[in-house]
Design a protein around this ligand. Structure first.
Ligand code: CDP
Length: 208
């Protein structure tokens, strides 16, 4: 069983995907981490994330990079969003994602184009979203723990800019697949959102 989870930054798709993987006993791939690794490897190699050739060269990054804490930073998210517009970069990462999706028993993958490009035949597809303001408030709460000066307005502007770039690029833009269920988490607690996601997958697949 393949479960595809897509949606914008800070919508809750990572938490929901992890919970779905645990509930259904499936392995999980956070595909955003691959784009983050390419972004960080590009910059560490002295390249510009907007330069397609430099970003493509960074696609054979060292596997150990996936465990690097810098990948979780807002800066890495921004670089990821910039390298991910390049068609050659997306293509270089497709095989790896599809191999993960098609392993025996299935998998959960989350990202921006899982239901549309990577696994169009997924058994269940969710598009997880929330208002930009509530997503910015969640990111702000996370960041204040690390940096008391974290600025809500700046985070909201970053989120809106990333949404715009992810949805307007020509290669595999972020969008809800026609056969995906929409899950709006704006007014849901984490546990309510997870319960709802499990119910949607059960309804689509008949699996418990
Ligand atoms: O967790 P958050 O939503 O902030 O970011 P992420 O899922 O780690 O993705 C970081 C960036 O990678 C996104 O803004 C997208 O531009 C890009 N991405 C993508 O293009 N396709 C994917 N399947 C996953 C991420």
């Amino acid at each position: 069983m393949i479960i595809a989870v897509d949606g914008p930054a800070a919508s809750g798709k990572g938490t929901i995907s992890r919970a779905l993987a645990q509930h259904f006993g499936l392995p999980w791939l956070d595909t955003g981490l691959l784009y983050r690794a390419v972004g960080v490897a590009t910059v560490r190699g002295g390249g510009d994330p907007d330069d397609e050739a430099a970003a493509l060269a960074a696609c054979d990054f060292d596997e150990a990079l996936l465990d690097d804490a810098e990948l979780r930073s807002e800066q890495a998210g921004e670089w990821a969003s910039r390298v991910s517009v390049h068609p050659a970069v997306r293509e270089a990462l497709v095989v790896r994602q599809q191999r993960f999706a098609n392993q025996p028993g299935g998998a959960v993958l989350d990202g921006r184009d899982i239901g549309t490009v990577i696994a169009p035949d997924a058994d269940a597809k969710l598009f997880v979203t929330a208002s930009a303001e509530s997503r910015a408030a969640r990111r702000h709460a996370d960041e204040v723990a690390l940096d008391p000066d974290a600025d809500y307005a700046e985070i909201l502007a970053d989120i809106e800019e990333r949404d715009r770039r992810d949805a307007s690029r020509s290669a595999a833009p972020m969008r809800q697949a026609d056969d995906a269920d929409l899950l709006d988490t704006t007014d849901l607690t984490i546990s309510a959102a997870v319960q709802r996601a499990i119910a949607l997958v059960e309804a689509r697949t008949g699996r418990r």
